[in-house]
Design a protein around this ligand. Structure first.
Ligand SMILES: [Zn+2]
Ligand SMILES: [Zn+2]
Length: 202
């Protein structure tokens, strides 16, 4: 994080960085970390926290439902924690809406956790979607928490895209081979959302 002399209190705005598996979120987050001041707060991915912490993971629908409910509530609490900080932007590594793409049924995630898709979409100011590259074009299994095949990854990416389709402010970053251009598009989008008081550092 770059130094920042801003001491104003900010009205916090939540931004989601999403995309299917292998879309390059982790590397984009690293660039964001290097580009902006401490008033751009990055939240960790709730699924990563749970699964790397040993939360059970299996194909059984009951276990998958439990996982998605847990991810939803952890995400909500991560966002609540961010409210304790004087952030101008809170960048979420995926948002509550993404869980819908992994819900095995029956019904949907929203009724299972007592909410609606519309109210979850309304939690976020802007959505940045990094598209998952096709199988021959960069998808890999370097991340040990990643269990999907390339075909599944593309299907998940399409479902995530469809779930966020009702959001009024989306930036969709195509699965270009030029990774730097991809990362730059996300950084530019965030810079546009940053209040003027914090922009001199970015
Ligand atoms: Zn500021
Ligand atoms: Zn700042």
């Amino acid at each position: 994080m770059k130094p920042c002399h801003c001491d104003r209190s900010h009205k916090q705005r939540r931004i989601v960085l999403t995309g299917g598996p292998g879309a390059g979120k982790t590397a984009v987050l690293e660039l964001v970390r290097q580009t902006f001041c401490k008033h751009v707060v990055l939240l960790p991915e709730s699924a990563g926290i749970l699964f790397s912490g040993g939360f059970p993971r299996a194909a059984d629908p009951l276990i998958r439902q439990a996982g998605q409910r847990a991810i939803y509530f952890v995400q909500r609490e991560l966002e609540a924690i961010a409210e304790a900080q004087n952030a101008a932007l809170v960048l979420c590594d995926r948002g509550t809406v993404d869980g819908g793409a992994y819900w095995p049924g029956p019904g949907d995630l929203w009724s299972a956790v007592g909410t609606s898709l519309a109210s979850e979409l309304a939690r976020y100011e802007v959505v940045i979607h990094l598209r998952t590259p096709p199988a021959h074009n960069g998808y890999n299994h370097d991340n040990p928490l990643r269990i999907e095949s390339a075909k599944e990854a593309a299907a998940i990416d399409a479902r995530i895209e469809a779930l966020w389709a009702g959001h009024p402010r989306r930036t969709i970053v195509p699965a270009t081979t030029n990774f730097l251009a991809k990362a730059q598009a996300a950084v530019d989008c965030l810079r546009n959302e940053l209040p003027a008081c914090c922009r001199e550092s970015a």
